[in-house]
Design a protein around this ligand. Structure first.
Ligand SMILES: CSC[C@H]1O[C@H](OP(=O)(O)O)[C@H](O)[C@@H]1O
Length: 350
């Protein structure tokens, strides 16, 4: 596995691989301030639901480290960390892993806030979430690969790879495991406007692992599915709702409709930390991103001044269009509310 880690914690400092300049430049940015970490999430220095969650946990740890006086109770710690927590929580709204990680930090503060053991406990949590994510993705990869027929062409969208997670990836974890098992003939990667995660990140990751990848524009998806008949569309998720609907990068819903028309199956690969049992798909908050992401291309204006824009970063694919949701605990075939809730209830994450 040769993709560099998106996140490095060393010497009580956080390093984030600046994914805005990949693949032409591979540069890490140093962080010791939680508000700068929140800005890095919003600016997509680091992106991808699990990676955002891991980064948020390190952000809370940085906030605790920066406090000049050590609170003496859990409530005092919560109050002292509230501004940093709010900044992190307000950085991006859709990836539920962010809020899952912040809540896990809240639990640690409640348990360890009345002594001087809190910073070691927050460090242990953040490092654990980070390391655990890699192992979770390998399990997701192996479960997902078990669904891939031999000699498959598959189609993926955006980047749900090592760069979007603690390592190995979710959708790309499935592709890595299937390739390891000799099942992958080729991968189509949709470029994924406007951030081009497919062009810049997924194709880069797969080429580094010698996995045969072909880059295409999203508009070619229907043509490619008709001409090349991929066995699966394999994507990640930013939030899987209680009814089995899944929020993912904008364009995923399009792909699911096209796949249904062409008899191509759709797989969503996501850890249970991406599940939100408190709402259904229509209630998932969809991030609206700045207009200049679509009126400009790498700094060059490509649309008229004052043109109206609509730039949702995600869409929601209904469960009816998803053939399998793959988690670290197994496969939810033909997902619906009952199956999702049963899967979560029988697999409580520690
Ligand atoms: C493994 S989750 C990756 C998920 O996050 C991406 O969005 P963004 O690049 O805006 O953070 C995309 O939805 C991926 O599927």
């Amino acid at each position: 596995m040769s993709t560099p880690s998106a996140i490095i914690w060393s010497n009580n400092q956080l390093q984030l691989l600046d994914q805005r300049v990949l693949p032409t430049r591979c540069e890490y940015r140093q962080y010791d301030d939680p508000f700068a970490v929140a800005d890095a999430i919003r600016a997509m220095v680091v992106r991808g639901a699990p990676a955002i969650g891991i980064t948020a946990a390190y952000g809370i740890l940085l906030a605790a480290q920066k406090l000049t006086t050590s609170p003496t109770s859990a409530d005092a710690w919560q109050n002292a960390l509230r501004p940093a927590r709010d900044a992190l929580a307000n950085s991006r709204p859709t990836a539920v892993n962010l809020f899952w990680a912040l809540e896990r930090c809240d639990q640690v503060i409640a348990e360890h806030g009345n002594g001087d053991a809190l910073i070691p406990a927050l460090t242990k949590l953040a490092v654990h979430i980070h390391a655990e994510d890699i192992e979770i993705n390998q399990r997701i990869g192996d479960f997902g690969a078990s669904l891939i027929p031999a000699d498959s062409i598959v189609y993926t969208h955006c980047n749900a790879g090592a760069l979007a997670t603690g390592g190995y990836g979710t959708a790309l974890g499935v592709i890595r495991s299937a390739h390891r098992d000799g099942k992958i003939r080729g991968v189509f990667a949709g470029e994924t406007r406007p951030w081009l995660q497919g062009a810049r990140l997924t194709s880069w990751e797969l080429m580094q692992d010698d996995i045969p990848v072909t880059l295409a524009i999203e508009g070619a998806a229907a043509h490619l599915m008709r001409e090349h008949k991929p066995s699966w569309v394999i994507v990640g998720a930013d939030r899987v709702a209680a009814n089995g609907d899944a929020a993912n990068k904008i364009g995923t819903y399009n792909l699911a409709i096209i796949a249904k028309h062409h008899g191509v199956k759709v797989m969503v690969a996501a850890p249970t930390s991406t599940f939100d049992a408190l709402l259904d798909g229509p209630q998932i908050p969809i991030e609206q991103r700045p207009a200049d992401e679509i009126t400009h291309s790498f700094g060059q204006r490509v649309a008229p001044e004052n043109v109206l824009t609509n730039n949702p970063a995600f869409d929601v694919t209904p469960a009816q269009l998803i053939d399998a949701i793959v988690t670290e605990y197994g496969i939810i075939h033909q997902p619906d509310r009952a199956k999702v809730i049963a899967h979560l209830n029988s697999n409580k994450r520690k």
